[in-house]
Ligand binder design. Structure first.
Ligand SMILES: Cc1cc2nc3c(=O)[nH]c(=O)nc-3n(C[C@H](O)[C@H](O)[C@H](O)COP(=O)(O)OP(=O)(O)OC[C@H]3O[C@@H](n4cnc5c(N)ncnc54)[C@H](O)[C@@H]3O)c2cc1C
Length: 480
């Protein structure tokens, strides 16, 4: 029991952060910097060996790079150049010359960003201002005026405040592939790359999903000497777009968008794109402004308009907003030119395993004819199953089942107030419980990319700090 460690200890309030990926790390970092030393215990409960890496920055594959230039990623929104300064002082480009593209931007490997977070947290962990409790939370339940957390290994923690930062759930196997779900040739978890070592260079591979993870896997296969055919299918045929380096500064800081409905919003975005491109600028400038005004736009939409945006526009938004790093983009361009990589808009309609190969039935988007295709391997990159966050995560599942927290009606995580307080299913605040990072996306709108996650986690740290008597002002509480 964490708080039974002694008289003084018993008087120190405890903040328990469930999940020590990037979000949990920023909550701890930001809170530790605000609180007077020794005034509270900050416990980050995370099964991985290091906090800060989470799903995104644990990848050891050298082909997996950050998709935003280093100059735009930082653990602190007060110091946006911090990661870039660290990259320079740690000789990242000298060690990995490919990380720098001809226009000068640097895209380090994702594991490097994880090392940077670890370096920034190290002094706080060493001083005890923040603690990493290695383990998984199996249950969170109210007890007295606070919370009790049961860890999977039997340990118990009493906390005054709990922050839920366990963002990305396991990916789900798409329905049409369930018939082959147990086949070792189907990889439903794209973040587990153990299969790469056994790939034959001539294998015919199907990648389901055409976002950034799909691009990562094409780069991983290519780097391993894979030459066989890769078919990438997605329902609508969208694919992640590249950056617009060398395109000059955006000609505007703000734009007006029509938020009367989802289609009005789409029309106004398209109009701005047309006008911007006609004026000689790039579409990326418009999408960047949509992103910075994202929280404001989201809050202005009616619940029905939000539902339609989440349902009909999210995929299109994701592929335009999450840009592919130039290195995997170049691999994709080369493989397409060589004819060994093809993208297709098609729906999966069934699957079977025959003679050691996976048979997948595909229905092309334009045409009713179902086609039978055979592959050596099928990789699913449709992303974490955010609409099923309770399943497979007992800490969240138990809170949801007990009616202590609500689910976002649009499948965008947990019901949360915009600043990060967890809400019950009826919309009332759940005292002492907070949600940080992508799980709060339903309230924030856009909350997946690093700068937004940083600001949101800092905002939650600001709320906690105010409750604990530290520096309350969050550097930037508003999200989006
Ligand atoms: C593959 C990938 C690449 C990305 N690349 C970029 C990029 O280059 N640039 C950018 O701006 N954004 C990027 N993003 C987006 C963004 O940076 C991430 O979404 C962000 O890192 C979110 O981190 P997180 O801590 O909220 O979630 P996660 O990474 O999911 O971390 C949550 C942590 O919680 C832990 N956890 C879960 N359940 C429990 C439990 N019950 N008890 C204890 N611990 C638990 C998990 O072990 C995990 O470490 C990427 C996202 C992904 C998925």
């Amino acid at each position: 029991m964490t708080r039974a460690a002694g008289e003084d200890e018993a008087r120190r309030p405890v903040v328990a952060v469930v999940g020590g990926g990037y979000t949990g790390a920023v909550v701890a970092y930001s809170l530790a910097r605000r609180l007077p030393p020794g005034s509270a215990r900050i416990l980050v409960i995370e099964p991985r060996a290091e906090i800060g890496r989470g799903l995104a920055y644990s990848s050891l594959d050298p082909s997996h790079r950050i998709n935003v230039p280093a100059a735009r990623m930082s653990v602190s929104s007060e110091d946006p150049g911090d990661f870039f300064a660290w990259v320079k002082s740690n000789g990242v480009v000298a060690e990995d010359p490919e990380s720098q593209v001809p226009t000068g931007e640097v895209f380090p490997r994702r594991q490097v960003f994880g090392s940077y977070i670890a370096a920034r947290l190290a002094p706080f962990l060493a001083s005890g201002a923040a603690e990493h409790l290695r383990g998984a939370v199996a249950r969170v339940a109210p007890e007295g005026e606070g919370w009790r957390l049961d860890l999977a290994d039997g340990r118990e923690i009493r906390a005054d405040f709990v922050v839920l930062a366990a963002s990305h759930p396991r990916p789900a196997v798409p329905g049409p592939l369930r018939a082959v779900a147990s086949s070792p040739k189907l990889r439903a978890d794209p973040y587990d790359l153990s299969w790469l070592a056994e790939v034959d260079p001539q294998e015919r591979v199907l990648i389901v999903g055409s976002g950034l993870t799909s691009a990562d896997l094409v780069a991983s296969l290519d780097a391993r000497g894979h030459k066989g055919e890769i078919l990438v299918v997605s329902r609508r045929g969208f694919r992640s777009r590249g950056h617009a380096f060398g395109a000059g500064a955006a000609p505007f800081d703000r734009l007006e968008f029509d938020t009367a409905s989802a289609s009005a919003l789409l029309r106004s975005v398209r109009r701005h794109v047309r006008e911007t491109v006609a004026a000689g600028h790039r579409w990326q400038h418009v999408l960047d402004v949509v992103r910075t005004q994202g929280g404001e736009i989201w809050r202005a939409l009616t619940p029905e308009a939000r539902r339609r945006v989440a349902r009909h526009l999210r995929v299109a938004w994701d592929v335009h907003r999450f840009r592919i790093a130039p290195q995997p983009e170049a691999v994709i361009a080369r493989r397409e030119a060589e004819g060994s990589l093809r993208y297709e808009a098609a729906a999966l309609v069934g699957s079977a395993e025959e003679g050691g190969r996976l048979i997948v039935n595909l229905r092309p988007r334009r045409g009713a004819e179902v086609r039978r295709e055979s592959f050596d391997r099928v990789l699913v990159t449709t992303g974490p199953a955010h609409d099923r966050i309770g399943e497979g995560n007992p800490a969240l599942g138990g809170l949801i089942a007990a009616g202590l927290i609500g689910l976002d009606p649009n499948g965008l995580g947990l019901l949360t107030a915009p600043a990060g307080e967890a809400l019950r299913p009826d919309g009332a605040p759940q005292p002492g419980l907070y949600v940080a990072g992508p799980l709060a996306r339903g309230a924030a709108g856009e909350l997946m990319g690093l700068p937004e996650v940083t600001r949101h986690a800092e905002g939650v740290a600001g709320l906690l700090s105010a409750r604990l008597g530290g520096k309350a002002a969050a550097p930037a509480l508003s999200v989006g």
